[in-house]
Design a protein around this ligand. Structure first.
Ligand code: HEC
Length: 229
């Protein structure tokens, strides 16, 4: 009996840990893509000399890095994210002194370099439980809004691979959103939202139009929560 059960248990454990690893790799790739998008957005706001918008973006970057950080509880992973955190801080500080000039653009490039460096890093240690996003809810909602917009834009361009990456970030944001309130209505709304994002991320379709319908379903789940909250 033991001879049969033990290998089975080991197989189950290995498969489960591989699945967890794959899930973590996918989530990390998604969050990295969102960070790249935010980096590009920050440069546009700098070009427009719109300080407040740049600061909104740096706060969004902070939220995404916090979520990325929960992917592993090891000191090494925390340390690995530190240069990116510092780069974002540097960009934020530069914009506070006025967005004009090459200085801010230099800071954006530093952020971009650190985001790109993330591609070679893997979270280590055990995943940590999701926690509520820093700052006010409204600001977090703008991040959800811009990420859904990114997914929609990629789908319009027929780039479903990229669209799925953005949807993957929405799943991660959903986990964080869920922890904000403890009521049953809230949990159910957050779960429905997370489910809608997973349905889109896992859909086998390569048809942009069909994929956009899945994005519309995500949007509907956003509105469901807004009606109930
Ligand atoms: C589980 C609940 C929940 C889900 C899901 C949810 N939201 Fe929200 N949303 C809220 C709450 C609560 C507020 C009010 C925040 C405030 O003003 O303090 C809000 C407000 C907003 C606002 C208005 C911000 C303003 O200007 O006042 C926008 C835009 C928004 N959400 C976008 C989205 C998008 C896009 C999605 C889906 C991708 C989404 N939300 C999913 C709960 C949710």
């Amino acid at each position: 009996m033991v001879r049969l059960v033990l290998p089975l248990l080991i197989t189950v454990a290995v498969v489960a840990s591989l699945a967890a690893q794959q899930e973590s790799t996918a989530a990390t790739a998604s969050l990295r893509k969102t960070l790249l998008s935010l980096t590009t957005q920050s440069q546009r706001w700098i070009d427009d000399n719109d300080t407040r918008s740049v600061q909104r973006i740096t706060s969004h970057m902070g939220i995404v890095i916090d979520i990325l950080a929960t992917r592993g509880d090891s000191p090494e992973w925390k340390q690995a994210l530190e240069p990116l955190r510092q780069a974002v801080k540097g960009l934020d500080a530069a914009t506070r002194q006025g967005t004009k000039g090459a200085e801010s653009t230099k800071k954006v490039e530093e952020v971009r370099k650190q985001v790109e460096a993330l591609a070679a890093m893997t979270p280590s240690g055990k995943p940590m439980p999701a926690k509520a996003p820093a700052g006010v809810m409204k600001n977090f909602m703008y991040l959800l809004d811009s990420t859904l917009y990114d997914a929609r834009t990629a789908a319009d361009e027929g780039d479903l691979k990229t669209a799925r990456l953005y949807v993957g970030s929405l799943t991660e944001f959903g986990g964080s959103l869920k922890t904000v309130k403890k009521t049953q209505v809230w949990s159910q709304s957050a779960d429905a939202f997370i489910e809608a994002t997973k349905t889109a991320a896992n859909a086998k379709t390569e048809d942009s139009k069909k994929f956009r319908e899945l994005l519309t379903a995500i949007r509907a789940s956003c509105e469901d929560c807004h009606e109930k909250k």
